[in-house]
Design a protein around this ligand. Structure first.
Ligand code: GDP
Ligand code: MG
Length: 178
């Protein structure tokens, strides 16, 4: 195919989960290849753009929406969710309460946005800070199947583990659900 046949997609992807689970760290790692112990909890919504040369015909611009400050309320406004086509739902493997909150976030997502044909937006579950636990995270296949996640990954923003794989999984589902 000629260059002019190249397809470009712009996908709005939400990164949600409780305060301190590593949402900002995951985005900074994925987009800027950096990690810091100290990200300010900036108030409001922040964006980062990741350009993926998906294949020879397809360029994908992932617009990653970070949230800050509002996580403590456990839900976001419809404006934030509008036109999102995918989500990364993050919890912290060292804090059980953040896993308990995962279903609340998934529910908030599903009640506030659906794809144009009415299907829920694909969501991938991220078990973050996996560098901090020696024992393996229990498998979450059944949990994901029962709760409508398209997949799950043990991630570490610190050690750059599985973040690209998780994003790739999400994009694959976004492309097939379109
Ligand atoms: P957010 O509130 O969800 O955006 O969380 P942050 O990205 O601000 O991260 C909260 C804290 O967890 C920060 O001190 C980060 O450095 C730390 N953190 C984030 N991801 C990881 C990780 O994968 N491993 C470890 N060990 N710490 C992490
Ligand atoms: Mg943050």
């Amino acid at each position: 195919k000629s260059q002019t046949m190249q397809q470009e997609h712009l996908f709005k992807v939400l990164v949600i989960g409780d305060l301190g689970v590593g949402k900002t760290s995951i985005i900074k790692r994925y987009v800027h290849q950096i990690f810091s112990q100290h990200y300010r909890a900036t108030i409001g919504v922040d964006f980062a753009l990741k350009v993926l040369h998906w294949d020879s015909d397809t360029v994908i611009r992932l617009q990653l929406w970070d949230i800050a400050g509002q996580e403590r309320y456990g839900n976001m406004t419809r404006v934030y969710y509008r036109e999102a086509v995918g989500a990364l739902v993050v919890f912290d493997v060292t804090r059980a309460s953040t896993f308990d909150a995962v279903l609340k976030w998934k529910d908030d997502l599903d009640t506030k946005v659906t794809l144009s044909h009415g299907k829920p937006v694909p969501a991938v579950l991220l078990a973050n800070k996996s560098d901090q636990v020696c024992s393996q995270q229990p498998r979450l296949d059944t949990f994901c199947r029962e709760n409508g996640f398209v997949g799950w990954f043990e991630t570490s923003a610190k050690e750059n583990t599985n973040i690209e794989a998780a994003a790739r999984c999400l994009v694959e589902h976004i492309l097939t659900d379109e």
